[in-house]
Design a binder for this molecule. Structure first.
Ligand code: MGD
Ligand code: MGD
Ligand code: SF4
Ligand code: MO
Length: 666
């Protein structure tokens, strides 16, 4: 049977190149191929089995309008013309009566494709003068720190980890979230590399690691600063490298000097000998690479913690050799300008932080009257779920949900629009782990009447008289606009057009501080940038203590699982949710595995089963991200207890600052 090449644009670092076998319009097989070398011919189970999502019972196939009460989830099918006429009329009415800012797009991680976000959607909302959305739900503090210190200099390519003799996985769990790193790490280890994992949970790789530090959530900053201080104090800091290639060295050192190894170990709740061993390994093993994950950022200290971790290889002099340095996000390794597809500059309207959409829907002044949610499942993924729910239940709010399946958010729509999946539409996607750009091509016929984002937003622009003569129309024109917009894009354009895949113009394994340099005018590493220092409430590298207290003593963290990508594919997850807690925390509460428990704080309450296990450290409980209301006993998820407080840098989400009490539910 012939196979068709395409690529996975989901919110996953690996950006797999795919090979689809299709027979009579049905997906017979989906597997990885080798065009993106990182894919190495295999993919995750959730995408291998994507047929159950694309062609499943919960797929949205036709536009529909609400017939029941808000949130009840009863709809009647209508034609696309009827649905789009109604949406266009409500947008026009909102602009005329309340101004463009009464309209809010809610959009995030459904796809990392450049045609499905910030493209024709941005064209529509910018020209309407809608409120602008600050897309801070993920990676905002990491991005801010990475930008501030290195101007997003490309990271160590994941395949180059084979050269490393020390691999540090810091707040990252590739066994679930980036599986193509696993064989590389295994190979490096069989060649003698040492593995250190920093994670409050014993993840699969922590289980196998030479050293596992399980800090209290939110204390990575203390650990990283203590390592920096140790490097300086023991004369292991690479003074020569720093004076040539960095600024802000003394400011960093001064801030780190408050954190001795014993003090940091005590604050983080890790054994001091373990931290000493980590310090010794990082001082002396070369090449050393740090994979900084997103578990580090999701708390009040997230931005400074990422900055301190990214400063480590500079202080220790780890750069300049293959397999030495750090990896954060590699999304900017190939510089593309996605805005070229929108062809509409952003207006200077008010900005709403995505993490505060619940607050915006219930308190914004002037109020929001129309919400258009797409590429996002806000009721399942935003902080402060009860506030989001109250907002979506407002009788005077007009809500459009544009999605592939009947999500918890979709049940709250006034108008439902069915979206195509990446197997049914065109896109252009860029990895944030793998260093590739790939053309996504439709390989399946469209289910029902589903439509791609570009088509729906283009149609709304047309209906509202907002289309302009020079606009790139349709996927090919948008791809060409992006491929013509930057030097990097032009240099890979032919490869994208003919092969459907392209690697970085400067080579696929750039060595940091040898082949690639900080993207600052002075090409130096800025260890203590003024802008970050001014933004962080306690200054850059300033530690903010744990937000817990006697009434809510347990830290609830909500990491990713292998079953979903955030909430995507949640409809296929059959098992009920389990809250994992340490035996000590369980026994003082009289809780055993299988008991029904409630985790609660002043924001909300989630009820589900408990599982008692020492895979999580004492004082921490785990309930995964991305659950749907059906997975818990009371319909709330971890997000119901997650605060909408913001990170120190970048206005990011502080999911892992949720502090709760847990009791047996009666
Ligand atoms: N299968 C699958 N893959 C995914 C996703 C998914 O949902 N499922 N999500 C995708 C997305 S959107 C993203 S952003 C990435 C995320 O990729 P990762 O960063 O790997 O994911 P997380 O699970 O958020 O966090 C990683 C680890 O951080 C730990 N952690 C929590 N708090 C702290 C802390 O304060 N300090 C430290 N050191 N560790 C902490 C958690 O226990 C977890 O094991 O993965 C992407 N890939
Ligand atoms: N408790 C807790 N919550 C978290 C996190 C956490 O650590 N803890 N982490 C968060 C992270 S890392 C992230 S990135 C966010 C992600 O949060 P979201 O952006 O809400 O991502 P998803 O849950 O994947 O939902 C994306 C939706 O977009 C739809 N979709 C996919 N492709 C398309 C398309 O082409 N067109 C349209 N119209 N729709 C499409 C999918 O069907 C899906 O319903 O969640 C955050 N939520
Ligand atoms: S979700 Fe990640 S691992 Fe799975 S196919 Fe997509 S890119 Fe590959
Ligand atoms: Mo994310």
């Amino acid at each position: 049977m012939p196979t068709l090449p395409t690529a996975c644009p989901l919110d996953c670092p690996d950006a797999c190149s795919l090979s689809a076998t299709v027979e009579d319009g049905r997906l017979v097989r989906l597997d990885g191929d080798h065009r993106n070398p990182l894919t190495a011919g295999f993919i995750c189970a959730k995408v291998r089995e994507i047929g159950g999502h694309v062609q499943g019972a919960e797929r949205l196939r036709h536009p529909a309008i609400r017939v029941g009460a808000k949130g009840e989830g009863r709809f009647a099918t209508v034609s696309w013309d009827e649905a789009l006429d109604q949406v266009a009329a409500r947008l026009r009415e909102a602009v005329d009566q309340h101004g463009g800012e009464s309209i809010l797009p809610v959009c995030y991680g459904g796809s990392n494709g450049l045609l499905t976000q910030d493209a024709t959607d941005a064209r529509l909302f910018h020209r309407l003068g809608a409120s602008r959305l600050a897309k801070t739900l993920c990676a905002a503090p990491s991005g801010r720190a990475y930008e501030g210190l290195y101007g997003r200099m490309p990271g160590v390519a994941l395949p180059a980890y084979r050269h490393a003799r020390l691999i540090v996985l810091w707040g990252v769990n590739p066994s679930a979230t980036g599986i193509h790193s696993i064989p590389v790490i295994k190979r490096a280890r069989s060649a003698g590399a040492t593995l250190v994992v920093v994670d409050p949970r014993r993840t699969p790789l922590a289980q196998q690691a030479d050293l596992h530090l399980a800090p209290r959530p939110g204390t990575d900053l203390c650990l990283a600063l203590a390592l920096i201080e140790h490097l300086f104090a023991t004369g292991r800091a690479d003074r020569e490298f720093l004076s040539e290639h960095a600024t802000g060295v003394e400011a960093l050192r001064e801030r780190a000097s408050a954190w001795s190894l014993p003090r940091a170990a005590a604050e983080a709740g890790v054994p001091q000998p373990d931290l000493e061993r980590f310090a010794a390994l990082y001082s002396s093993t070369r090449p050393a690479v740090i994979r900084c994950g997103w578990g580090v950022e999701r708390n009040r200290n997230g931005g400074s913690a990422v900055a301190a971790i990214l400063a480590l290889p500079a202080v220790a002099g780890c750069f300049g050799v293959p397999g030495g340095g750090f990896t954060m996000s590699n999304s900017r390794t190939i510089r593309l300008d996605g805005d070229a597809a929108a062809a509409a500059p952003a207006p200077s309207t008010r900005e709403i932080n995505l993490n505060r959409v619940g607050r915006a829907l219930t308190e914004a002044d002037p109020p929001i009257h129309v919400v258009l949610s797409y590429n996002c499942n806000p009721l399942s993924t935003l902080p402060d779920q009860e506030r989001v729910r109250r907002g979506l239940l407002r009788e005077d709010l007009f809500t459009v949900v544009f999605d592939q399946v009947m999500t918890d958010t979709a049940r709250h729509a006034d108008v439902l629009l069915p979206a195509t999946t990446f197997l049914e539409h065109d896109d252009l996607t860029r990895g944030y782990g793998a260093m590739v750009v790939q053309r996504v091509r439709p390989v399946l016929p469209t289910e029902g009447e589903a439509r791609p984002n570009w088509m729906v937003f283009e149609a709304l622009c047309d209906r509202l008289g907002l289309s302009e003569p020079g606009d790139p129309r349709g996927p090919d024109a948008m791809v060409e606009a992006i491929l013509g917009a930057t030097e990097d894009a032009r240099s890979i354009a032919d490869a994208v057009r003919t092969e459907g895949v392209a690697q970085p113009p400067g080579g696929s394994e750039p060595v940091q501080m040898r082949d690639v340099w900080p993207r600052h005018a002075d090409r130096r590493i800025h260890l203590c940038p003024e802008a970050l220092d001014a933004e962080a409430p306690a200054g850059l590298y300033g530690y903010q203590p744990d937000p817990g207290g006697p009434s809510h003593p347990l830290a609830l963290i909500s990491p990713a699982t292998r079953h979903t990508i955030s909430s995507t594919f949640g409809q296929r997850l059959r098992q009920p949710a389990e809250l994992v807690m340490h035996p000590q925390d369980a026994s003082v509460r009289g809780i055993a595995s299988g008991d029904e428990v409630a985790a609660f704080n002043e924001l909300g309450r989630v009820e589900c089963r408990a599982r008692v296990s020492d895979e999580v450290r004492p004082g921490v409980v785990v309930l995964p991200k991305g659950l749907w209301s059906r997975h818990t006993s009371n319909g709330a998820t971890a997000n119901a207890v997650a605060p909408d407080a913001l990170t120190d840098l970048g206005g990011g989400a502080t999911f892992n600052d949720a502090r709760v009490q847990v009791v047996r539910a009666t």
